[in-house]
Write a new protein. Structure first.
Length: 470
């Protein structure tokens, strides 16, 4: 709800099944911060009190407290800041969250990259803490500070409904302000602006100064800056060191940080996916120690190569509606690379299951995945690039309509279904699709489907070989 006089937003959430819990069970007051972060953490909590974001709990007015939320300190490495955060896990089990209209980061990135180079970023200042929470819910947001009970009066980071509330408010501001609606696109507290002047302050949202992307800006975790006449992006922060203690949890976290939500990762996608598959085979529990030395060697190699030549980078701006879709498949994985104006703007890798499906079937699966990515970019003119002569012939015959599918494969009906899927996509979305046969060595999707051969033969003695990384 927006108060036009106070210029403030107030939010409330719905309880699961419509029933509020009586009293939550947690008794932990705080997860103590490390000594190095303690002073900054306490200073930030003092700011919360001074700003009225947390206030002394008034039991006479609000009744008995219904929940105690543990406090903890989180270090934001990208901003070198320590933030107080509340552990809402128990409370989250009692709230209803609906995700059908949630923003999808990859979709928003694609949308923003289509806007050209004359763009800016508007970041809301402490976005969640600008949103008031209805007083009836304060008893469920109490904390203990210096032996005294307080309650959080604002929207807390970690509450499962908080992103949906933030999105709803920003969308509402878009609908209320014509200049905001026509000149921007939002993802939670980040607003992407393609006009010189956009303000949301009149609608209760305070923002930082407008940042021109061409002068260097962080956009949804990517560092974007101008190089020559284009915008280029790279990884948004320094990588963590390889964990000393390897468990399934720590390896998955490390690999997730390596590839994250980045549009282009090249060979790193298949390498991290392969390592994660190895880890799954070597462990049965998330916190079980990994004793396989081969996994440690693979991770060490990944860390060395990424430090020397990080493939996570590329061109930011992606105008036009024509693209080349490079596709490939190997015994290990499927890979696709979407290219515009000689720059790969997005790639993808999918490990194949351990089955006996023919390689040509996998090549067709890669074609369909590549078309799906191209459609997500709203491409209309698509050139498929494949190094499979058989798949090239099947697609050429299907698209031209000059002859029916000719194959004696046992999976003829499954092959036919995949060809029909490609043709149906072309018809439904009014695509102009052509197919080009290329050499394997020239296929830009090739590196997305392969790992070094020595990784696939762990029993052989280690020997130096030409690295597959490009």
């Amino acid at each position: 709800m927006f108060d036009s006089v106070a210029k403030a937003w107030t939010a409330a959430w719905k309880w699961a099944n419509g029933n509020a819990p009586n009293v939550l069970q947690n008794t932990i007051k705080e997860y103590p911060p490390v000594a190095a972060a303690k002073a900054v953490y306490e200073e930030e909590l003092g700011t919360w009190i001074r700003n009225g974001w947390v206030v002394p709990y008034n039991q006479t007015k609000l009744g008995p407290a219904k929940a105690l939320i543990p406090l903890m300190a989180i270090f934001q490495r990208t901003k070198s800041k320590v933030r107080p955060v509340l552990d809402f896990r128990e409370l989250n089990t009692h709230t209803d969250v609906f995700t059908a209209n949630s923003g999808v980061c990859t979709d928003k990135l694609r949308q923003w990259r289509r806007q050209g180079t004359d763009v800016s970023m508007l970041d809301l200042r402490k976005a969640y803490l600008q949103i008031r929470v209805d007083e009836s819910l304060w008893p469920y947001q109490t904390v203990i500070l210096n032996g005294r009970r307080y309650c959080l009066t604002r929207l807390g980071f970690g509450l499962n409904v908080a992103p949906a509330i933030m999105k709803a408010i920003v969308d509402r501001v878009h609908s209320l302000a014509k200049d905001v609606r026509t000149g921007s696109s939002a993802y939670l507290d980040d607003i992407f602006v393609n006009e010189s002047v956009v303000t949301a302050q009149a609608f209760g949202l305070e923002s930082k100064a407008l940042v021109r992307v061409r002068k260097g800006a962080r956009v949804l975790g990517l560092q974007v800056s101008k190089e020559h006449d284009t915008l280029q992006w790279k990884r948004g922060g320094e990588l963590s060191a390889l964990p000393k203690k390897l468990t399934r949890r720590s390896v998955f976290s490390y690999c997730g940080e390596l590839v994250g939500h980045y549009p282009v990762c090249s060979w790193l996608r298949v390498a991290t996916a392969f390592v994660k598959r190895q880890v799954n085979s070597a462990t049965s529990r998330w916190d079980e120690p990994i004793r396989d030395n081969m996994i440690r060697e693979h991770l060490d190699e990944l860390a060395r190569v990424v430090t020397k030549n990080d493939p996570v980078r590329g061109r930011w701006d992606a105008p036009g509606n024509a693209a080349k879709v490079w596709v490939d498949a190997s015994a290990l994985a499927l890979g696709i690379a979407l290219e515009m104006d000689n720059d790969v703007i997005e790639d993808g890798t999918w490990l194949r299951p351990n089955d006996a499906r023919h390689i040509n079937m996998a090549e067709l699966d890669a074609v369909i995945k590549g078309l799906n990515v191209a459609l997500a970019w709203r491409m209309k003119k698509i050139e498929l690039k494949t190094d499979s002569a058989t798949v090239h012939r099947w697609l050429e015959d299907g698209l031209s309509g000059k002859t029916r599918l000719r194959t004696k494969a046992a999976n003829e009906m499954l092959i036919q279904r995949r060809i029909e899927t490609v043709l149906a996509l072309a018809r439904e979305y009014e695509l102009t699709v052509t197919v080009t046969l290329v050499r394997s060595m020239d296929n830009k999707a090739d590196s997305l489907t392969r790992v070094p051969k020595r990784w696939l033969a762990p029993m052989e003695p280690f020997r130096e070989a030409m690295c597959c990384y490009r």
